[in-house]
Design a protein around this ligand. Structure first.
Ligand SMILES: [Zn+2]
Length: 246
């Protein structure tokens, strides 16, 4: 509701082909992982007349707390865009071998394409581990639009694939802050940028220890949530992109 009332907010857009223009302050909603909670999220967005992008980790399709094949088809039928979030959600996709990297994009796009009967053009990077080689492999697998997790409105093009950043709306981010980000206000955007970059340095310094720690914390939260029947929200990156001409 706060985002709906946000001043200076552009149109809520869907992007499933690279040719589409993103106007100033356009807002794109994206949800990662393919958790079963996607359906209730979709219903909430639909009540505002909006549609979103849902990125599915294909090895988890049909597993407890994740979307089934029928639910993925339903999301698409309700007007949402379904894209790839890799096959296995590797802990650090940017450091996968070239062979695995290509397989993660190619096979996940193929699996979703078989389910939906249409070409898969969009994807998001699991865990935010982005390097240019991740986009190059996605482009080679036919992905035309790739979202990473860098909080920026800058748009890049890698081998014809459009690479877009995102701002995160996680637990603890107030509705007011979400609305301000959607409005293109720079202070909350800058805060995310500074936090994200300091985390990036920590990830780089701590390497696999950081991954192990993050995984163990996420597993604990996910267990608690699944006991409460809330799906995998804890490891789901609900994010949105608000492009800006600034
Ligand atoms: Zn993810």
């Amino acid at each position: 509701e706060a985002i709906e009332k946000a001043p200076h907010r552009g149109e809520v857009l869907l992007l499933d082909r690279a040719a589409l223009e993103i106007g100033p302050n356009a807002v794109l909603f994206t949800f990662d992982d393919g958790g079963a909670s996607a359906l209730s999220t979709a219903a909430l967005l639909e009540s505002h007349g909006w549609r979103a992008h849902f990125f599915v980790t294909t090895d988890y399709i049909g597993k407890p707390a994740f979307l089934t094949v029928d639910q993925i088809r339903e999301l698409r039928a309700r007007g949402h865009v379904v894209g790839s979030h890799s096959c296995s959600h590797p802990p650090r996709i940017s450091h996968c071998s070239q062979q695995q990297l290509e397989r993660e994009w190619r096979e996940s796009a193929r699996a979703l394409s078989e389910i939906l009967g249409t070409k898969i053009r969009v994807a998001s990077v699991p865990g935010g581990y982005y390097l240019k080689r991740v986009a190059e492999a996605a482009a080679a697998a036919g992905i035309e639009v790739l979202f990473n997790s860098e909080p920026t409105s800058r748009v890049e093009r890698v081998n014809g694939c459009l690479v877009l950043g995102r701002y995160s709306i996680r637990q603890g981010v107030s509705a007011e802050a979400a609305a301000r980000i959607a409005s293109g206000d720079w202070p909350p955007r800058l805060r995310q940028y500074v936090f994200w970059n300091s985390k990036k340095i920590a990830k780089h310094l701590a390497g696999s220890y950081y991954i192990a720690l993050r995984k163990s914390v996420l597993n604990k939260i996910a267990c608690k949530l699944s006991r409460r029947g809330l799906g995998d929200d804890a490891c789901s990156d609900a994010q949105f992109r608000s492009s800006s001409s600034k």
